[in-house]
Write a protein that binds this ligand. Structure first.
Ligand SMILES: CC(C)(COP(=O)(O)OP(=O)(O)OC[C@H]1O[C@@H](n2cnc3c(N)ncnc32)[C@H](O)[C@@H]1OP(=O)(O)O)[C@@H](O)C(=O)NCCC(=O)NCCS
Length: 172
């Protein structure tokens, strides 16, 4: 059984593979993270998240497991699953992969019985906002000054939620 099948979602595009994130992936992930975020997660942040048992997923090129197209980190809580990080490699952004990865995450979490996905996003992050709204997320609040300061200014976070219905779960 592959890691994809173990994750409970048979709907994987032939254009990418998904597998659990491991420590050995971090040297390939952190350079991407540094290119796409002004305040990137460090190797230690990712390692701590994996050690804490958070869900980590790597979306890779089927032809090369080390060619990382994107990645995600999610933390389960009793009430919902918190999406901590969803990233698409800057070299392949704007091609629809973010939407495909999010749909896979929604399918996977629904299949595993999660009730909702919660996330924070910067109001200035138009690509992420469009993606989340298109994927059925709704704005439920604002966290003032949530992000670390850049040029002395802290940016708010929009809090969004996507309810998951058991009837949406993919069937085998
Ligand atoms: C946000 C992100 C995950 C989106 O993934 P993507 O593969 O680039 O996005 P997609 O090609 O699937 O497009 C999703 C939507 O965003 C829009 N979009 C993509 N790039 C955009 C840009 N630069 N500006 C505005 N909208 C953009 C697309 O038009 C699409 O909306 P539509 O369906 O209404 O046309 C990706 O750009 C990314 O990793 N960014 C850096 C990290 C990040 O910000 N992560 C989210 C943190 S909350």
């Amino acid at each position: 059984m592959t890691s994809v099948e173990r994750a409970g979602d048979p709907h994987v595009s032939p254009r990418w593979h998904v597998r659990p994130m491991r420590l050995v992936d971090l040297p390939d992930i952190t350079p991407i993270e540094s290119r796409i975020f002004a305040a990137p997660w460090t190797h230690g942040n990712f390692a701590d998240s994996l050690a804490a048992g958070y869900d980590g997923w790597v979306f890779s090129d089927p032809a090369s497991a080390r060619s990382i197209l994107g990645y995600a980190l999610l933390m389960w809580t009793p009430d919902e699953v918190h999406l901590l990080n969803l990233s698409v490699n800057d070299q392949v952004q704007g091609l629809g992969l973010g939407a495909q990865f999010m749909q896979w995450i929604i399918n996977n979490l629904t299949y595993r019985g999660a009730g909702a996905i919660l996330l924070e996003v910067r109001p200035s992050n138009m690509a992420a906002l469009r993606l989340y709204e298109r994927m059925g997320f709704h704005r439920i609040g604002l966290r003032r000054g949530y992000y670390p300061p850049q040029d002395g200014v802290r940016e708010d976070a929009i809090v969004m939620v996507r309810r998951l219905e058991a009837s949406e779960a993919p069937t085998r």
